[in-house]
Design a protein around this ligand. Sequence first.
Ligand code: PLP
Length: 406
Amino acid sequence: MDKDFPVAGFSSLAVHGGHRQDPMYAHQVPIYASSTYVYDTAEQGMRRFSGKEEGYIYSRWGNPTTTEAADKIAALETFGLKNRNGNALEVKGILHASGMAAISTLMLATLKPGDKILTHFSLYGGTDELVQKILPGLNIQAEIVDLRDLDKAEQIIETGGIKMLYLETPANPTIQCVDIDELSKIAKQHNIIVGCDNTFATPYLQQPFRYAVDFVVHSTTKFLNGHGTAIGGILLGRDIELMKTHITKVHRLLGGNANPFDAFLLIQGIKTLELRMERHCHNAMEVANYLEKHPAVANVNYTGLVSHADHWIAMKQMRHPGGMLSFELKKGLQGGIDFMNKLKMCVRTVSLGTCDTLLSHPASMSHAGVPKEQRNKYGITDGLIRMNVGIENVQDIISDLEQALK
Ligand SMILES: Cc1ncc(COP(=O)(O)O)c(C=O)c1O
């Protein structure tokens, strides 16, 4: 597709975005399984190393297959957005080996000893541990609060010392949402860097660069890949110069580069993102409505339901409420275990974002080692079930839940 062709729809970019004509005229981008790249002459090698000539050098630094995946996601995260001058917004993405690798590059590239991060109390467990267990060793501390309380956020920011506001919305595993627009506006009044994890929403449902966000991260392992075939992550930044220089340097030195095979799988997955997300969201709404009326269920956390505390924030910044929900079984821990054991089609596993419906019971699985009082504080109660509502026929999903809830 020509770069100047004005696509009207998201799926056209999802299919064609980031693609370059292959020198061998392959229809699909090949898996460039090569660790290094050759030069015609020593002079060409010198030009490449000095940056005077574009070209690949070493696959930890860059690889044609991973570049295509990164450029595709960058195109989707900015689809339809304008910069301050009214031109199409452009951002730069760097593909990583995992979501955690992308988050680590972001934090280690932008924070230094003495800096503080302000973040929400409901975060993906790995990010929470990074912020609470690894970064303090570098004298980077975190203020972890309920960021839905904007006055509280402002009050903390005004006391000084905060270098980064880090958002994850909707958040894993409680599906809580925070207001990206309001929080990033407050942060920018104090020159604070804003990062946002957009994994649960994907760029089809939510574009954090629409607001005053500097960096977006994803675990591409999830909805972007869509088929559960590869671990991956991406870090995208609005300041292209900074991304090409300092952030690229840190990424290369930390060594969290993606591999071309996983990037190839990711590219194929992204092409159907819009179709899959439409179906995930449609099915999730039906399942949420069904569960809300079920006598064995105490409550359902789905931002599409008006009963969800963050329904209006989600509606403000998301196209649809997403494919993730969680619900609380009245029978607690044993009820959760019994329910999980009875599932016949839906799959018992952690992770999310795949075509098939996945269910996990955090209290007996991912959070079994976390003391109950601590779990409860984060909303991870004994009977909580987290559900990635897949794209199967929704009647079949509901029938499986029905028989397992008996
Ligand atoms: C919201 C969110 N961010 C980041 C991550 C980390 O991603 P990865 O497992 O690809 O490192 C996850 C993983 O579950 C996640 O759910």
